[in-house]
Design a protein around this ligand. Structure first.
Ligand SMILES: *Cc1c(COP(=O)(O)O)cnc(C)c1O
Length: 380
């Protein structure tokens, strides 16, 4: 499936329109819809709509963040050297091959800008993360969406979308909003079949949450390839979503090309310091993963027990839940019902999944409140 180009006439007369008109394609982009943060009548709703870390963030990261208060007048290090060194050591990779961004979202945007020109295309799964496509459209490129049968990336469907104008493939493993993942043998098969001119971006935003021993985020593949980029974020496992810092591990030539267009001060002093401290706080990371080990299967089992369709198994920090189309029991009605009880979950109409809701695994009390409310909704 591919999106057709917008009608020409809207753009024919940009010089004579009598007002500034955005370039072709901009007005066809659907702006990113973030997870809801407010529920009427609740000062502090339970937010399970944005895959944030319910444990908050590492205290060591918070302390490091606080030290930045004395440096607010100083531009940050444009190379993010302290984070670069810390990640290079932790993952045993070459520091000069790292790209830092204002969240990994910015790394995706930079890759799109570096590789896509009008007429080129980017390939992703049909439920691919919205930020991938927004950046591609902004480059006036085509976005090709490969079918995801059973909510799972299908390598053959991806490959069927590739042609000689394909410059990038984005693959989040595990995926958002599906939570499913594909084994590394499939990632390798995809890479082997791609023309060497196509960049394969492996988004590992949820990779840490996949506890299967066979899972591989692709760092080793990237190490020895000229066309693989692996991205990670501090927003999820490390709980630093507010600070906006993520990174990509790319072939040196790609990292250097991206650096030509990257804004120099795109990660802040506070973000850099907190990220280094978070990376070093393994106890916090372990606690976050243990929470997942207990409550992800519990939520899956409880919600399935209500007769709802939990997609998966999820390997991320959320579950995707399918609702009946029956009036009174739909996903939209469930979302409103939960919101009226102070529970925020994610609607997915803009992902083409109007019958599904995505729910972030929370603390014990959150998860129990969610299941109780869903039981009330289904039982009514
Ligand atoms: C949350 C998320 C990210 C991380 O985004 P940041 O910009 O680093 O906060 C990346 N990819 C996917 C699929 C996500 O859901």
């Amino acid at each position: 499936m591919s999106d057709s180009a917008p009608p020409l006439d809207r753009f024919q007369d940009r010089s004579t329109a009598g007002k500034p008109l955005p370039k072709r394609g901009i007005l066809d982009i659907h702006a990113y819809v973030p997870g809801k943060a407010k529920a009427e009548g609740f000062a502090e709703p339970i937010k399970m709509s944005a895959n944030e870390n319910p444990l908050g963030s590492s205290e060591k990261a918070q302390e490091a963040y606080a030290t930045a208060e004395r440096s607010l007048h100083v531009y940050p290090d444009p190379r993010a050297t302290i984070v670069r060194q810390a990640i290079a050591e932790r993952y045993r990779i070459e520091p000069e091959r790292l790209i830092f961004g204002c969240g990994s979202d910015e790394v995706f945007a930079l890759l799109n800008q570096t590789f896509l020109e009008p007429g080129d295309n980017m390939v992703q799964g049909e439920y691919g993360f919205a930020a991938f496509a927004i950046g591609a459209y902004a480059c006036q490129a085509e976005v090709r969406r490969a079918k995801e049968p059973n909510f799972r990336i299908d390598v053959d469907e991806l490959l069927a979308c590739v042609d000689d104008r394909t410059r990038l493939i984005f693959l989040a493993n595990p995926g958002n909003p599906t939570g499913t993942w594909i084994p590394f043998s499939e990632v390798r098969r995809l890479h082997d079949a791609l023309p060497p001119s196509v960049v394969l971006v492996l988004d590992g935003a949820y990779g840490e949450f996949c506890r299967d021993a066979s899972f591989d985020d692709g760092i080793d593949l990237a190490r020895n390839s000229s066309n693989v980029v692996v991205t990670h974020t501090f927003s999820k496992l490390h709980g630093l979503a507010a600070l906006r810092i993520g990174w990509g591990y790319a072939p040196l030539e790609i990292a250097q090309a991206v650096d030509r267009i990257r804004l120099p001060f795109n990660t802040s002093v506070a973000a850099q310091r907190a990220a280094v401290a978070a990376l070093g706080d393994e106890a916090f990371q372990e606690a976050s993963l243990e929470l997942m080990d207990v409550w992800r299967p519990w939520l899956t089992q409880q919600i399935s027990g209500l007769g709802l369709d939990v997609i998966g198994p999820s390997a991320a920090n959320f579950v995707l839940v399918g609702f009946p189309k029956r009036p009174g029991k739909t996903a939209a009605e469930a979302e409103a019902f939960l919101s009226s009880r102070g529970l925020l979950v994610r609607q997915l109409g803009n992902y083409g999944l109007p019958d599904h809701l995505r729910m972030t695994v929370g603390l014990e009390a959150h998860n129990r409140a969610l299941v109780d409310a869903l039981a009330g909704f289904m039982g009514d």
